[in-house]
Design a binder for this molecule. Structure first.
Ligand SMILES: C[S@@+](CC[C@H](N)C(=O)[O-])C[C@H]1O[C@@H](n2cnc3c(N)ncnc32)[C@H](O)[C@@H]1O
Length: 204
């Protein structure tokens, strides 16, 4: 099995947040609400995850020393809250988002909070994946165009230790397939699954 499942206990929901994380989440929620109200056209594919649960999952991964290094990438980063929370842990943190308005919002939030996460506009899907066209037929809410954003970042998917994504229901298989094809052995993929909570796999 190239992807090994790691059970994330429900008890992570009891883990505390730092003051900085609480402040970040509160400010992000305020900005997201203001952005949604002010935009004339909605961004259909953008829905924020449960930021508190995401922060707790990152804490749990950190406390259990599950990462093989300190590089984090939020794929489809929306407002960038996952990348910003990761950066609070002094991880080298990147968000990749295809919608320019969301990248602008992420950068503004990072500036306001003096957070060092870096945001890039483009597709998280690298070029040259053989079976991409077949997998892409299974997703409606992911833009399946390939991009060159990793050239701009200076790292490719194989250089990251932990990825986070919030796939739409039924679309997590696409993220796992891209992760399995391109991530390094030992890398982790954390996905938010709505009411089912957090799911974690390692490429082995
Ligand atoms: C469900 S939202 C999740 C946002 C954020 N990760 C969160 O949890 O709050 C998915 C995001 O992925 C973005 N997206 C879709 N296809 C993409 C692609 N190929 N590359 C980068 N971003 C993409 C969408 O624009 C959207 O903002």
């Amino acid at each position: 099995m190239p992807l090994h499942s790691i059970a994330v206990p429900d008890s992570i929901a009891k883990l505390p947040h730092t003051e900085d994380a609480e402040r970040l989440i509160d400010r992000a929620n305020e900005r997201i609400e203001a952005f949604m109200l002010s935009e004339k056209t909605t961004i259909e594919n953008f829905v924020p995850c449960d930021f508190h649960l995401l922060d707790q999952a990152l804490t749990w991964i950190d406390q259990n020393h599950l990462m093989t290094g300190r590089r984090f990438c939020e794929i489809g980063s929306g407002f960038g809250v996952g990348a910003l929370l990761a950066s609070l842990r002094q991880w080298e943190s990147v968000g990749i988002e295809i919608e320019p308005r969301l990248v602008e919002q992420s950068n503004e939030l990072a500036d306001e909070l003096q957070n060092e996460a870096q945001f890039y506009c483009g597709s998280f899907i690298p070029r040259g994946i053989d079976d991409l066209a077949d997998w892409a037929t299974e997703v409606k809410n992911v833009d399946s165009e390939e991009g060159d954003v990793y050239d701009e970042i200076g790292w490719d998917m194989g250089d990251f230790d932990l990825f986070f994504a919030f796939p739409w229901p039924g679309e997590h298989g696409f993220f796992e397939a891209v992760f399995e094809a391109c991530a390094a052995d030992g890398a982790l993929l954390l996905t938010y699954r709505g009411r089912e909570g957090m799911d974690l796999v390692r490429k082995v």
